[in-house]
Design a protein around this ligand. Structure first.
Ligand SMILES: NC(=O)c1ccc[n+]([C@@H]2O[C@H](COP(=O)([O-])OP(=O)(O)OC[C@H]3O[C@@H](n4cnc5c(N)ncnc54)[C@H](O)[C@@H]3O)[C@@H](O)[C@H]2O)c1
Length: 441
């Protein structure tokens, strides 16, 4: 399937051209109707934060740090302590400009339904919960006519992907901006190399290797008195319904670069994986390594590997071989096959792509333009899900059969009395996928 680059493209040149035009009157005059009405009154775009953890706190600070008048007006989290800590951290960033952060007690919402009330109060919504909840939150935000910044991955299962794709279409019809936190699309080095690739620097990509090999991430210990659901929500990284496994949660960045640079989504995947080092109850049910071959319609093959094992080789990057030369994103360089360096970029002074994402989002809202990242976010998430299906099952998984899957991992209506979809045995261990036996479709 071909990527529609015109839909995911950001408006870099336009942004540069118009970024000097900020001013209350101009801002109100150029905003879409729903937003301009709000801005005309307060001169600020109102933002809601849903999912007040590490990334959400960072994203809110970035939203408040663009050159556009933006005010954080509401927050929602499953847990009160996470919301309180996030608000403290955000306030600390703006000691001299407290008006930017105006979240009175009545605008702080806690629990599974908290997102609705927070979203209702805003023009722009930041969605940064664990990805299992993203489809539900994105759908509500779009149906409510809000612009969205949402983190990757955008779902953990295929029914969630279809829900995001449907909402992405509605967002386009309503001319709502949607930026997805696949920040390499907003990173100077990736865009420079992509432009060279488009100009024919290495010919056509025939193969590549993409990596997220690291020691792993945080893990939370079970606390006395916690229900199984609360424990899984706190330790969400290790449960597939919440996180999707690390092939989605982190490695999606590298897989998405492969899709972007090749200009297609894969037709099929096959691979292998398991857990050798990260075993035991607190590591839930996810694998600690995956290796997948993705085959693209053009015939290109991408070898994708991600590993969470301390003491092993660390590598997070992408490498591509074309008909005329190679790209190595670890050095931001392009070489011919005889080793001649055709291009190299020194990224030391490049802007922070996490900030650029928000600069572009708010500039696009101000200028009445539309960024539509949701469809690509959904398809790159689906690519990673297909990789996971391949490693869990040991089978060849095709794009078309995966996209039809009705296997839903996320329960429809959760409350604190609910039992999560996976439960531990008497030793505290969870069922782990077994290649050759586990059915994923
Ligand atoms: N683009 C990047 O480089 C990048 C970096 C880090 C994280 N992320 C993404 O951001 C998301 C969040 O990651 P994080 O590191 O901030 O995790 P985190 O655990 O620090 O934060 C998640 C927050 O969401 C809250 N939450 C959980 N379920 C909720 C619900 N139903 N409603 C409201 N709040 C809920 C949690 O209580 C927590 O405060 C993930 O999708 C992750 O992949 C992206």
């Amino acid at each position: 399937m071909k990527l529609k680059h015109n839909e995911t493209a950001f408006t870099r040149r336009k942004f540069c051209k118009t970024s000097a035009m900020v001013g209350g009157g101009l801002l109100a005059a150029t905003l879409p109707v729903g937003v301009s009405a709000q801005v005309a009154g307060s001169d600020s775009i109102k933002v809601a934060l849903v999912g007040c953890g590490g990334r959400g706190t960072g994203a809110a600070i970035q939203a408040l740090s663009t050159e556009i008048p933006v005010q954080l007006v509401s927050m929602a989290d499953a847990f009160q302590d996470r919301l309180d800590q996030s608000l403290t951290n955000i306030l600390e960033e703006f000691p001299d400009d407290k008006g930017k952060v105006s979240v009175p007690e009545k605008n702080r919402f806690v629990g599974f339904e908290a997102y609705k009330a927070a979203i209702d109060l805003a023009d722009v919504v930041i969605l940064t919960t664990p990805p299992g909840f993203r489809p539900q939150h994105f759908e509500y935000a779009v149906n409510s006519g809000k612009h969205v910044f949402m983190e990757k991955p955008v779902a953990t299962d295929v029914p969630g992907i279809r829900r995001v794709l449907k909402a992405a279409q509605v967002a386009k019809e309503k001319k709502l901006n949607v930026v997805v936190g696949l920040q390499r699309h907003y990173q100077t080095s990736y865009n420079l190399i992509y432009d060279k690739l488009q100009a024919g620097a290495i010919g056509t990509i025939t193969a590549g290797q993409v990596y997220w090999n690291s020691a792993g991430v945080w893990v939370k210990d079970r606390q006395p008195g916690q229900s199984e659901l609360e424990y899984q929500m706190r330790n969400w990284y290790y449960y597939v319904w919440l996180c999707g496994d690390h092939i989605l949660e982190q490695h999606i960045h590298n897989i998405d670069v492969a899709n972007w640079f090749i200009g297609e989504y894969p037709v099929s995947a096959q691979g292998m994986g398991g857990r050798e080092v990260r075993t035991g109850p607190k590591f839930g049910e996810i694998f600690d390594h995956h290796f997948v071959e993705f085959v693209y319609p053009s015939g290109a093959v991408i070898a994708s590997q991600c590993r969470h094992q301390p003491g092993t080789m660390n590598r997070v990057t992408e490498v591509f071989q074309g008909t005329k030369g190679t790209i190595d994103m670890s050095t931001n360089s392009i070489k011919s096959f005889d080793g001649e360096e055709l291009f190299k970029h020194n990224a030391r002074k490049d802007p922070n792509p996490y900030q650029v994402e928000h600069n572009r989002l708010f500039a696009s809202i101000r200028d009445g333009e539309v960024i539509s990242n949701a469809e690509n976010g959904a398809y790159s998430t689906l690519t990673a899900i297909i990789g996971r299906m391949a490693t869990y099952s040991g089978q060849v998984i095709t794009w078309d059969e995966a996209l039809k899957s009705d296997k839903s991992l996320v329960p429809a209506n959760l409350s604190w009395d609910s039992q999560p979809p996976v439960m531990p045995d008497e030793k505290g261990l969870y069922p782990i996928p077994v290649p050759g036996k586990t059915k994923v479709l």
